[in-house]
Write a protein that binds this ligand. Structure first.
Ligand SMILES: [Ca+2]
Length: 279
């Protein structure tokens, strides 16, 4: 954000990421900001932030002083919007996101940003200010696990996003779909175990999402479904490798990869289950 020559540094500039066309409006859903290069002639730049959903305030609204001294004409802002928080950084000589550059992190309370239609970046008071550069990208959720970021990327939030929940009700829990690389919001996207017998050997096949490095996958087997203590590990994947190594063969150039577990000791009848856990 740059102050134009002759522009008044004490003048408010408004910007936001909000629904609908036309000017910024608190009747829209989205994020609204007031930026001051020099708030009340204090020499300090300030950010004020507001959030609205369906025309009502949501989340936290407050103000924060920028961690820069007298920015004069240019401030480099970085705004991270994740499903829960907005995190803002500011610096006076380029994009900086070190802890010392953090302006504020706050919960926005917005659960459906597009509830009132398409979302636009809007700015007012452009006669004094200009936006020099906007970069859009999808960051991982700050402080979140790999699984949390993955499930949030499908717009699944709250209790629906629990590892043990099955949000699309296809019989595969979210954590299982993360581990096997299917789509958690598509009930037709699910990968059950495929089991076949070849001579005295049983082959169990499924897929594995190589990005799911935060889970342990355990193929378990039992000879008696009525015996809760009858389950034993056939093969386990953790920390990037299978145990025992000889039991598993992975193939395929794309993600998810195909996994084939060979169970030589299966005998005449064995039932299998894939258990997915995370620390
Ligand atoms: Ca599912």
């Amino acid at each position: 954000m740059s102050l134009l020559p002759g522009g008044d540094p004490g003048r408010l500039v408004s910007l936001g990421i909000m629904t609908g066309t036309g000017p910024l409006s608190t009747a829209d859903t989205g994020f609204l900001y007031y930026l001051y290069f020099d708030f009340n002639s204090t020499g300090q730049a300030q950010l004020r932030f507001f959030n609205f959903q369906g025309g009502s305030p949501s989340g936290s609204s407050s103000e924060a002083t920028l961690p820069v001294s007298n920015p004069l004409t240019d401030v480099w802002y970085t705004f991270y919007f994740d499903p829960v928080n907005v995190t803002v950084y500011a610096a006076d000589s380029g994009y900086e996101e070190a802890p010392i550059n953090q302006v504020v992190q706050y919960a926005h309370g917005i659960t459906d940003l597009a509830a009132q239609g398409a979302v636009y970046f809007k700015i007012q008071n452009q006669e004094s200010y200009k936006v020099d550069e906007i970069q859009l990208f999808r960051p991982s959720v700050i402080g979140a696990t790999l699984y949390d970021s993955w499930i949030a990327s499908f717009g699944v939030l709250g209790t629906d996003a629990a590892f043990a929940h099955d949000v699309d009700e296809d019989g595969g829990k979210n954590g299982y779909e993360w581990a096997t690389g299917t789509i958690p919001i598509d009930p037709f996207s699910i990968k059950p175990l495929s089991i076949r017998r070849s001579g005295q050997t049983t082959h169990v096949e499924f897929t594995r999402n190589v990005d799911a490095t935060d889970v342990t996958i355990r193929l378990r087997g039992t000879y008696d479904l009525n015996d809760a203590n009858g389950w034993g590990d056939v093969a386990t994947h953790a920390s990037g490798e299978w145990t025992p190594p000889a039991a598993a063969t992975e193939s395929g150039a794309s993600n998810p990869v195909n996994v084939e577990i060979t169970d030589d000791g299966a005998g005449s009848l064995r039932c299998y289950g894939l258990e997915v856990t995370r620390p």
